[in-house]
Design a protein around this ligand. Structure first.
Ligand code: C5P
Length: 227
C-alpha cells in the first residue's frame, strides 16, 4: 500500500510505462502518465494545422484544448475535447512532433500545473500515485519520497519500442525506431526548460539486463524501503 508519490522518469524504451502501471496496481495506487498529456496536446496542434515549431500558436492551442486523463492503472484513459485519443496519440505523427511541442515553455507551465492539481487531488483522497514522465522528480513533484530514473542501452530501448509498436499494430523498421528514439532523447535532454535528467536524489536503475518482472521487483523493494 503506497500513500505518497513515486516519481518515475527516464527516456523512452526503458519499460517505464509498463512498470509504472504494474507498480501502481501492485501497491494499490493511482497512475499518472504525463507523456500522454504532452502527446494529446501535440495531437491538438496537428489537428489544428499548426506548425509544432510555432511556439506562439502551439501555446494557444494548448490553452484551448480540454484534456482529461484517467488514473486507473488497469485502464488509463486520455481524452481530448471529449474524444478518446489513447491510440492516436501513440501514432507516428504525434510521436514525431511531441518533442517540439513539449519544449514550449507555456505548454509545460500549463501541463505541470494540471499534473500537480491531479496529484494533489489523489493524495487528498488518500491514494498513493505513481507518476511517470521526464521531469517528475526535478519539477512536477520535487518532494516525492521516492524518485527513480530508469535507463537502458540505446539498442535495448529501440528493441522494446519496436516490440511495443508491433503489439499495438504499428509498422516501423528497426532503423527508423532507433533513429526516432535517439532523436527524441536528444531533443528532450537538451531543451532549455525542464530537460530530461535525473533529480539529484533519484535512484538510477539500469534496466538493460532486466525483464519487466525484474524491474518491478527492484521498484517494489525501493517502495518498501522509502515509499
Ligand atoms: O513518455 P512518452 O514517450 O509518452 O512521452 C512523449 C514525449 O513527451 C517525450 O518524448 C517528451 O518530449 C514529452 N514529455 C515531457 N515531459 C514529461 C513527459 C513527456 O517533455 N513529463
Amino acid at each position: 500500500e503506497l500513500r505518497g508519490v513515486v516519481a518515475l522518469d527516464g527516456p523512452s524504451g526503458t519499460g517505464k510505462s509498463t512498470v509504472a502501471r504494474r507498480l501502481a496496481s501492485a501497491v494499490h495506487a493511482r497512475y499518472l502518465d504525463t507523456g500522454a498529456m504532452y502527446r494529446a496536446v501535440t495531437l491538438a496542434v496537428l489537428r489544428a494545422g499548426v506548425d509544432p515549431e510555432d511556439a506562439t500558436r502551439v501555446a494557444e492551442v494548448a490553452a484551448a484544448a480540454r484534456l482529461a486523463v484517467g488514473t486507473d492503472p488497469q485502464a488509463p484513459t486520455v481524452r481530448l475535447d471529449g474524444e478518446d485519443v489513447a491510440a492516436e496519440i501513440r501514432g507516428p505523427e504525434a510521436t514525431r512532433a511531441v518533442s517540439a511541442v513539449s519544449a514550449v515553455p507555456a505548454v509545460r507551465e500549463l501541463l505541470v500545473a494540471e499534473q500537480r492539481r491531479i496529484i494533489a487531488e489523489m493524495l487528498d483522497a488518500g491514494h498513493g500515485v505513481v507518476v511517470e514522465g521526464r521531469d517528475i522528480g526535478t519539477v512536477v513533484a520535487p518532494d516525492a519520497p521516492l524518485k527513480v530514473f530508469l535507463t537502458a542501452s540505446a539498442e535495448t530501448r529501440a528493441h522494446r519500442r519496436s516490440r511495443q509498436d508491433a503489439e499495438d499494430g504499428r509498422v516501423a523498421t528497426m532503423e527508423a525506431t532507433m533513429a526516432d528514439v535517439q532523436r527524441r532523447d536528444r531533443l528532450d535532454s537538451t531543451r532549455a526548460v525542464s530537460p530530461l535528467r535525473p533529480a539529484d536524489d533519484a535512484v538510477e536503475l539500469d534496466t538493460t539486463e532486466l525483464d519487466i518482472t525484474g524491474v518491478l521487483d527492484a521498484l517494489l523493494a525501493m517502495v518498501d524501503r522509502r515509499g
